[in-house]
Design a protein around this ligand. Structure first.
Ligand code: SAM
Ligand code: SF4
Length: 448
């Protein structure tokens, strides 16, 4: 059978090329086709993997016309590993596409346009992933253990011998980790290893479903000595993770611009890379235009990543977070950095925050919001209601840091069309190069 060729017009959120089959004989448009590995501007043939009434998805077979933006993927695992989806696209074109995704979402979902689209923020392009969850699987057929990310659209673990987005010292450990796991008595009972890189130490959290034997303990201690890492053991949920060997090392990152040092646990939420985090904090605080006399809210504050730097500039900062463990860490970190007097923290489910809660919290001059993927719809609605009854209590400026352009767009729609804010600026942060994750920032202001 002859291959069907199509022209690729766009890229979808999973970095698949999007094209159409030719129009049908009755004049109706041909099916939409999503092609893995194809880029906008290219002409490709494809092999179908899924077929639905209105669309098909598949994999590129022949590249008849290549995009000028196509580059050779740096990682040999790229073809099968699900960790990256855009390595075949020139890095600046990846960012341009993410910016388009952000603007399209803001317009189509939120019906808003920023007054200014900010220049993208760049961090390191390779070796940036300081936090990662690696899956561990024993493959009986091959008599081997795999340690790595999942394969593309599958639950299998990729046969990942190297990785270009993990820091080189972590990537170098991938093969030795396979050997280590295989040599342990419980090699079928350890489903994952979490990695967290601090400034002085790299922690590996070993999820164990059965206790280690004395011989296992010797082996993993020798590994820690050889690779200069700290083992943590996690027998059950994330709260059970505890340092194991060697003890006395502390995982932390710093924000030198603000003289802040942040200890953290490897299972805590921290931004993916310390360098880009420094830029993000610098940029977000600049956009918030904090004044010395301001009372500021940091919502979804985690361990205080924005709260503590804010406290060096504002009169008072109130951090609110859903996880008790992180709230406690934020309190400890404020104390360790001499910022307790200017900060307070509490645990609250912000997915249920109401107008009355906002009134009870008191007036904030500015607000930093950094929610998980679900966004902050309850907050946006609460602010819209506040406008009706207590407009004097609304924060003048909001900086919204987002890891999901669609929920940012939804919340931006509410903030602009119902709460009366203006979307002054929006832009992307290239926090996750080569993946389809889009990190972005929006700046909202009340008109004078
Ligand atoms: C993207 S992280 C930001 C953390 C922090 N701002 C930082 O930069 O490290 C989102 C935070 O929201 C918290 N969170 C998730 N669901 C929440 C909820 N329903 N209410 C309050 N906080 C929540 C998470 O625990 C996490 O700390
Ligand atoms: S996640 Fe690592 S191993 Fe997988 S494709 Fe990306 S760079 Fe390669």
């Amino acid at each position: 059978m002859q291959d069907t060729f199509i022209d690729i017009k766009a890229l979808d959120m999973d970095a698949r090329g999007v094209g159409h089959l030719p129009d049908n004989e009755d004049g109706t448009p041909g099916k939409v086709i999503f092609v893995e590995g194809a880029l906008p501007g290219e002409r490709v043939s494809f092999e179908t993997l899924r077929k639905k009434k209105n669309w098909e998805s598949g994999r590129m077979v022949t590249l008849a016309r290549a995009s000028s933006m196509r580059v050779e993927p740096k990682c040999p695992e790229f073809a099968h590993c699900g960790g990256c989806s855009m390595q075949h696209l020139e890095p600046s074109a990846q960012v341009a596409i993410k910016q388009r995704v952000l603007e399209d979402n803001l317009w189509h979902i939120g019906k808003v346009k920023p007054e200014t689209v900010m220049r993208p923020m760049y961090g390191p392009t390779w070796g940036y992933r300081y936090r990662a969850r690696l899956s561990v699987r024993y493959v009986a057929k091959k008599e081997t253990v795999l340690v790595g990310f999942h394969e593309r659209s599958s639950s299998y673990v990729a046969d990942m011998k190297d990785c270009k987005i993990l820091p080189p010292h972590v990537a170098q450990m991938l093969m030795p980790l396979r050997e280590l796991v295989r040599s342990l008595s419980i090699y079928t009972r350890m489903p994952q290893i979490e990695v967290a890189v601090g400034e002085d130490v790299t922690a590996l959290v070993l999820r164990i479903m059965e206790p280690l034997t004395a011989a296992d303990e010797e082996l993993i201690k020798a590994f820690a000595d050889q690779w200069n890492i700290q083992w943590w053991l996690q027998p059950k949920g994330p709260d059970t993770a505890a340092p194991y060997y060697p003890l006395g090392k502390e995982l932390y990152y710093t924000l030198p611009e603000f003289g802040i040092r942040m200890p953290f646990k490897p299972t805590d939420f921290t931004q993916v890379n310390h360098q880009i985090n420094r830029l993000l904090v610098h940029k977000a605080l600049g956009l918030l235009e904090v004044q010395k006399t301001d009372r500021v809210a940091d919502l979804f504050c985690g361990l205080g990543n924005f709260t503590l730097p804010l406290a060096t500039q504002a009169r008072e900062v109130v951090g609110i977070e859903g996880s008790t463990a992180l709230t406690i860490r934020a309190l400890e970190n404020a104390k360790a950095n001499g910022l307790s007097e200017k900060t307070s923290f509490s645990t609250r489910n912000l997915f249920e925050v109401t107008k009355d809660d906002l009134i009870a919290l008191g007036k904030f001059d500015r607000m930093l919001v950094d929610p998980p993927r679900d966004g902050a719809v309850a907050l946006a609605l609460a602010l819209a209601e506040l406008r009706e009854t207590h407009p004097e209590m609304m924060p003048r400026r909001i900086v919204y840091v987002s890891c999901s352009p669609s929920t940012l767009a939804r919340d931006a729609g509410i903030l602009v069309h119902r709460a009366g804010y203006v979307l002054k600026k929006a832009g992307v942060v290239n926090m996750f190069p080569h993946t389809s994750h889009v990190e972005s920032v929006g700046v909202f202001e009340l008109p004078e």
